[in-house]
Design a binder for this molecule. Structure first.
Ligand code: TMP
Length: 202
């Protein structure tokens, strides 16, 4: 029987450097790299609708269900089959982003968001969440936060999102590794390799 792959998720606020680090880590462990919202044809179309559109008015619950729809497709079409075939999968954002952004950021009730998230993901949880933790000040220095519809939200919104991630990580230390996201790309990559690889056994 094929040994099931490991599922590793990178999370963090905007401009935390997680896409760069997710890519480097996937190369390091020879994993399949994917992202949310996205990762499938449908998911990428939903992503454009969610992030690029300023003509379409999106209410918080509509935003939540579009994130959930992209995830439901992604889990069944891509992530679950890859894990079953024994591939390790690295995903740039997953369920914790929905709790942090739609729950903490948009202030939808957290328990209700959690129910939607669990339903959309068929209950699939990552083996490990990697939180790249940087302050909003450093994020702002790296990149002005106005590239898309969600990034363009104000400072208070992004503060709540960051608080959401930190709370999720501190509530469940067995599932999360928190990485100091300050410093250079290779320095951060080194931290991730040192702390994450031994916990995964990959
Ligand atoms: P990215 O630019 O980091 O790839 O993420 C796209 C944006 O989508 C980012 O601002 C976070 C947001 N997002 C949510 O609001 N909820 C979610 O569930 C996911 C996966 C992303």
């Amino acid at each position: 029987m094929t040994k099931r792959g490991k599922f590793i998720v990178f999370e963090g606020g905007d401009a935390a450097g997680k896409s760069t680090q997710a890519k480097l880590f996937a190369e390091k462990i020879n994993a399949f790299l994917t992202r949310e919202p996205g990762g499938t044809k449908l998911g990428e179309k939903i992503r454009s609708l969610l992030l690029e559109s300023d003509e379409v008015l999106l209410m918080p619950k509509a935003e939540l269900f579009l994130m959930a729809a992209a995830r439901a497709q992604h889990v069944k079409e891509v992530i679950e089959p890859a894990l079953e075939q024994g591939r390790n999968v690295v995903c740039d954002r997953y369920s914790a982003s929905t709790i942090a952004y739609q729950g903490f950021g948009r202030r939808l009730p957290i328990d209700e968001v959690e129910e939607v998230v669990s339903f959309a993901s068929y209950g699939l949880e990552p083996d490990i969440y990697v939180l790249l933790d940087i302050s909003l000040e450093i994020a702002g220095e790296r990149k002005p936060l106005a590239d898309d519809r969600i990034e363009g939200e104000g400072h208070a919104f992004h503060e709540r999102v960051l608080e959401g991630f930190r709370r999720l990580a501190s509530d469940n230390p067995a599932a999360w590794v928190v990485i100091d996201g300050t410093g250079g790309v290779s320095e951060i990559a080194e931290r991730i390799n040192r702390l994450v690889q031994p916990r995964l056994g990959v």
